[in-house]
Design a protein around this ligand. Structure first.
Ligand code: GLN
Length: 563
């Protein structure tokens, strides 16, 4: 086992995660087996209790690990499955040391924080044009810690000039051939190609003493065609994201990536319209009518409405209104986790006529609890007490959209992270009124997938399919949703029904991509032959976030370089 350590960056969000993932892609493309570990300096033992405001989304693994979002990038880029042990935090180390100390394992000895020596450092520096000072400072700081970088990867707007490289090489004592420029590119899938073009693999393999063992050039055809396809996409698909942390796109990173994977397969350029849920509410109509109008305009102009997962009652009413709007206007709707619970609340209120129907998360005293706290949960301990990780969903009917999209399999394994569930005692009533629960857990008492058969695409899931979506292998239900939003659902469903079952069980549809590429060839040729290559888009979204606390310059929304 050899290790490449990626560190550095004065500011976060510069793309260390993407750089590390892309190095992995490149080494994998050379025929090596690659995995990834993220080391975080905080005392939290996992990311589960951390605010998405500050750290971006909490990524969930098969084993239920709640981890840093960079692990999502590693899984997506390397197409591997990681475990909670792939995310080391200072807190985890302390916890294990303290447990050992209490057990008496260190009897008689003083326990002190150990100092590690690491043989290879890969520094991700920051520089622009001739400003090499910040990089020099970082490198000096690194050396002060006893770490010697072998390779510098420099983020910049345009490619570094040769003389800048020379200067960096001189002052940082790194050979010029080992200075890689990671300049802005039109989409994130270019990064492994950018590394390859500069022979980063050779520099790394040389340092690792593997150059003589690896004889083949990296095979990156799939990455090349995807990166190029993405650049050519022209026809938009507009998805309204009705959430709480709008404008902070890192909070929904995996959802954005899953949308991107699906829209690329549908040959559409993804445009995410951020709709802050509270802006749709009546109180906003009174207090800030312009904001209210703008939010509703975005919702109405969208091809599909997505309500992502979430916790707490802020914006719940706005999300209910969004689900109602989509249901009543035949607009494709996709509700994830909280989004599915919202759909159930809305249906109970509007169709069953239960005005006060609610989740006990938002109204513990409601007389019509259509979403309830799960019996196995803990109300006193927040960390790691949810229903987490990979769980199985069994299809109850074959003639439904989800079953077809998943390739007519009997069951699917998807990742979960929730404390509440649809009240099993209300299922009969809801089903009699037309809502169909097409996927349930092994007991049949826990609802996993709902659909409205009379609607073009109204799907809610208790799980988070976004965590298993991959470039080139979009998650089945995201693909269905985006396809419905651009009138391709029938074609995609027909293709998916015949799809290789093993792939479908993973929630990924490889074959669909190939087939849809054929289906969409005409569209692709159209968009590439009109001579208009779309301008590089860093946020994947031409319009500014509707009302976010940040205007999108710090946080890109998933298509950008800095994931
Ligand atoms: N708050 C809801 C629950 O705990 C939904 C969670 C989520 O969307 N991840 O069940």
């Amino acid at each position: 086992m050899k290790y490449v350590l990626v560190t550095g960056g004065v500011v976060s969000g510069l793309g260390k995660g993407v750089t590390a993932s892309s190095i992995g892609v490149l080494l994998k493309a050379c025929g090596l087996r690659v995995t990834s570990i993220k080391i975080d300096p905080y005392l939290n033992t996992d990311a589960g209790t951390m605010s998405p405001f500050e750290h971006g989304e909490v990524f969930v693994l098969d084993d239920g690990g709640e981890v840093d979002l960079d692990l999502g990038n590693y899984e997506r880029f390397l197409d591997i499955k990681l475990t909670r042990d792939n995310n080391i935090t200072t807190g985890k180390i302390y916890q294990s040391v303290i447990n050992k100390e209490r057990r008496g394992d260190y009897l008689g000895r003083t326990v002190q924080v150990p100092v590690n020596t690491i043989s290879l450092a890969f520094l991700h520096g920051l520089t622009s044009f001739d400003k090499t000072k910040p990089t020099q400072h970082s490198v000096r700081g690194l050396r002060g810690l006893g770490l010697t970088p072998h390779i510098l990867a420099c983020r910049s707007v345009t490619a570094l000039d040769e003389n800048v490289k020379e200067k960096l090489s001189q002052f940082c004592h790194v050979p010029a051939a080992n200075i890689i420029t990671l300049h802005d590119v039109s989409n994130i899938w270019h990064i492994p190609l950018l590394l390859r073009d500069q022979k980063a693999h050779e520099a790394i393999l040389r340092v690792l003493n593997l150059l003589c063992k690896v004889t083949r050039e990296p095979i990156l055809e799939e990455w090349t065609s995807r990166a190029e396809l993405c650049d050519r996409l022209h026809d938009p698909v507009r998805i309204a994201m009705v959430g709480k942390y709008t404008g902070l796109s890192d909070s929904y990173l995996s959802v954005l990536k899953a949308l991107l994977h699906a829209s690329t397969v549908c040959h559409r350029k993804l445009i995410v319209e951020w709709v802050p849920a509270t802006d749709l509410e009546d109180t906003t109509a009174k207090e800030a009518p312009d904001v209210y109008k703008a939010a509703w305009r975005l919702l109405r102009g969208a091809d599909g409405v997505l309500v992502p997962g979430g916790f707490g009652d802020r914006g719940v009413q706005g999300k209910i209104l969004a689900a109602k709007y989509a249901r009543e206007n035949n607009k494709p709707f996709f509700g994830i986790c909280l989004g599915m619970q919202i759909a159930v609340i809305e249906y109970s209120r509007s169709v069953l006529g239960l005005q006060d129907a609610n989740s006990t998360e938002f109204d513990p005293d409601t007389k019509n609890p259509c979403v309830i706290f799960m019996p196995e949960g803990s109300k006193t301990h927040m960390g790691g007490t949810m229903r987490l990780g990979s769980r199985r969903t069994y299809f109850q009917v074959t003639d439904c959209k989800s079953a077809k999209l998943y390739g007519n399999v009997k069951y699917v394994d998807e990742r979960h992270r929730h404390r509440y569930e649809v009240n099993p005692d209300m299922i009969l009533e809801l089903e009699d009124a037309g809502l169909s629960f097409v996927g349930k857990d092994e007991t049949g008492r826990r609802m996993e997938i709902l659909e409205l058969p009379t609607h073009p695409y109204f799907v809610g899931v208790q799980f988070h399919p976004e965590f298993k979506s991959r470039p080139g292998k979009p998650s089945a239900l995201f693909l269905g949703f985006v396809a419905a939003a651009c009138s391709q659902l029938e074609t995609v469903m027909q293709t998916s029904s015949h799809v290789n079952k093993a792939a479908a069980v993973c929630g990924q549809l490889e074959t669909v991509m190939q087939t849809s590429s054929h289906v969409n060839k005409a569209a692709a040729i159209n968009s590439s032959s009109n001579g208009k290559i779309p301008k590089a888009y860093r946020s994947g979204n031409k319009s500014k976030p509707a009302n976010g606390p940040l205007n999108g310059t710090l946080y890109s929304n998933g298509n950008g370089v800095h994931a």
